[in-house]
Design a protein around this ligand. Sequence first.
Ligand code: AMP
Ligand code: ZN
Length: 486
Amino acid sequence: MKLSLYNTLTKKIEPFEPLNDAEVRIYSCGPTVYDYAHLGNLKAFLFPDILQRTLRIVCGYRVKWVMNITDIDDKTIRDSAIGSERWNPAFGEQSLDPKVNLKVLTSFYEQEFRNDLAMIGIKHSDISIMPRATDFIADMQDLIRNIHDSGYAYISEGSVYFDVAKWREKEHYGRLFAIDVEHFKSGVRIDADEYSREHVSDFVLWKAVKDAEPFWDFTVAEQQLPGRPGWHIECSAMGHALLGLPFDIHTGGVDLRFPHHEDEIAQSKAGYGQETAQFWCHNEFLEVEGKKMSKSFGNFYTLRDLLDKGMDPMDIRFSMVNAQYGSVFNFTEFGLESASKARKRVQEYIYSCFEGNLGHDNHAEELHRLKQDFFSALCDDLHMPRAIEALFTFMKMCPAQALSHRDRPAFLELIHDINEIVGVWTIAPRPEMDEIPKEVKELAQQRWDAKASKDFTKADVLRKEISARGYVIKDSKDSYTILKEE
Ligand code: AMP
Ligand code: ZN
């Protein structure tokens, strides 16, 4: 099957074809490891997870997926200088070397992030490489030198800036996002990593060393410029080093369209002479009461916040996966509970396919439709809500106990394939409930059979026998559950 994706570069949904037959190359802007990831961040990584699973499993491509770790930027440096008992056992006796303090902070949160990924069902084995920015400083320096040599960078007070005015004489700046060039003043410089579209300026490629900040030696145009990279140059250099340019798909949240990704495009074209990626795909925000979930707004939940409240990580995954990545996702605890119920309904259906009586109807057509509807919705710009709806429509029309000896294995095979993408169910018989004795289970099955053949007298006798052993049977339309008598 072929996948269509919304491309921020062209503002259209386009059929996806890899640039190179051998594999699809994806780069995802990864976390800045200065704090625990919040749910919004995790949603930004669940999107490329579903994308790469679809490309591999549904479209049949090999995938190389790179997700970087931003372990040097304004925020990591700021917090590593302050220190905290949370992540630094030697708090109070911090190192005098700022690079050591930076490493202590970022290693702690990188490990926490890796744990979060595993918990939320993003497999480490699916991510080909997780490069740390600090391991690619030499590549960033080479790129900055190239940009300087090609005339699109200049040095000012020990820092290096990208010359946006000069770039705009030759190239379109604002390819991903309509930026406000009205207020643009040639030669105005900005050192901050993040700024708004109203503040288009010459952005920083390399920042001069300040006070007690970590720094690296750097020579450009025969000048010694000790300092550290700007944030945008990090992804340009890592994408080029690990995937080669242009690669297939670049992902990130919508907030990264400008300036981060716009600047990435300009830097890589100016320094490497190449486009960055053929598809730019951006996930919309996860919001709480109409506001972006963000550390700076203080309205964020981490995964551990929800796990501490007793929530199941698979319910959390399901709630965020069962949304179209390009639409704003409104996070509420009520929504999470509904997602939990929906996920459990499917799980119950799967368990039922391993137990109880077989039906006689033929559901081959509905199974075929489910397969068709699920995967075609997925291939239509990863429209997961429509895909999941197809599953619920099927379950409603074809109760598990109605599936015949042919349909049940066919369904289990199909749900296995669906779960390779969604990743939240267990395709296996219900775990043995040790506390229910085997003989009670046998009596329950005999009673179910008696009921099915309308021998209600026998069914009643069996119910009493079960009750005498301390158990009750709760019937639903298509199956039964054995419960301990209160
Ligand atoms: P950061 O750790 O801040 O560098 O962000 C990592 C990723 O999370 C980026 O792709 C951001 O665009 C994305 N992101 C940040 N906040 C949200 C949010 N509330 N909803 C969805 N994605 C987000
Ligand atoms: Zn990035």
